[in-house]
Design a protein around this ligand. Structure first.
Ligand code: SAH
Length: 260
């Protein structure tokens, strides 16, 4: 049985087993209540990564895959997952994570479909109090954007939103030659670990708006991009001549509080 890679689903199958094992080994989360944590793999394809995740006796694996042909392949080749109903055919972006299984998913793992990786992360943020750790491969630029801090040209909206709730590590790069078919872009693996923050100490809806609006005009100083929000208060003064990529999460929180 052979699964033909489909471009529209972002299918690039990893061919290097050492890298697949290294990704599986990068999961560090252990639950504190003695139960095995549940790990959801997004986009298992033909199971290159799955075969190593399944070997980890310290996690309970489920997988979600949108491609019917891949799902059939997985059901035939991973009988344990199949028998325990742990192969879910569906779209990660559409599925209701709370109803999927009577469990939450503290770990999310996968070689993500690159075309929807930002949307995957926005969904993870919607479930930030369930998802304790994410280990994933994605397009290298996006990996850098998520992992890099303020003062870098990669730093952007997704970095601020994710760094607010996760400690993020860039683990290693993966060359495009390690896939079939090779993608046009280079890849990298990152790990996100939930930090201790429950909520941001500010109006979060306003925080999101301020971050989006300031990065919407990335090259402009905040006194221009945020002019309609600013009120001339002393607390805002130090921000006026900065550009958004110079602000940390804490700075955006302070700025939000000075506006609300
Ligand atoms: N993990 C495999 C395949 C990675 S390619 C490997 O490393 O070889 C990305 C996979 O994500 C493909 O199998 C694709 O079918 C699947 N996929 C794409 N969009 C998806 C979605 N919305 N929900 C779940 N799976 C998706």
């Amino acid at each position: 049985m052979y699964v033909k890679p489909k471009k529209n689903l972002g299918q690039h199958f990893l061919t290097d087993l050492n890298i697949a094992k290294r990704i599986a080994d990068s999961i560090t989360y252990t639950s504190t209540d003695g139960n095995k944590p549940v790990c959801l793999e997004i986009g298992p394809g033909t199971g290159v990564l799955t075969q190593f995740l399944i070997n980890r006796s310290d996690i309970d694996l489920s997988v979600i895959e949108i491609d019917r042909e891949s799902v059939e392949y997985l059901c035939a080749n991973f009988p344990t997952l199949y028998n325990e109903n742990r192969i879910i055919g569906g779209d990660f972006l559409k599925v209701n994570l709370n109803e999927l299984l009577p469990k939450s998913f503290p770990i999310i793992c996968g070689n993500f479909p690159y075309n929807i990786s930002s949307q995957i992360f926005f969904k993870i943020l919607d479930h930030k109090n369930q998802v304790r750790e994410v280990v994933c491969m994605l397009q290298r630029e996006v990996a850098e954007r998520i992992a890099n801090g303020p003062g870098t040209k990669e730093y952007g909206i997704l970095s601020v939103f994710l760094q607010a709730y996760y400690d993020i590590e860039y683990l290693f790069g993966v060359d495009r030659s390690k896939f079939n078919p090779p993608p046009k872009v280079q890849s990298a693996v990152i790990r996100l670990k939930r930090n201790g923050r429950q909520n941001l100490p500010c109006d979060e809806a306003l925080f999101r708006r301020i971050v989006k609006e300031s990065f919407g005009m990335r090259r402009k100083m905040l006194r221009n991009s945020l002019s309609q929000h600013l009120n001339g208060s002393a607390a805002q003064e130090r921000f006026l001549t900065l550009r958004p990529e110079q602000l940390s999460v804490e700075d955006f929180v302070e700025l939000t509080n000075s506006i609300s």
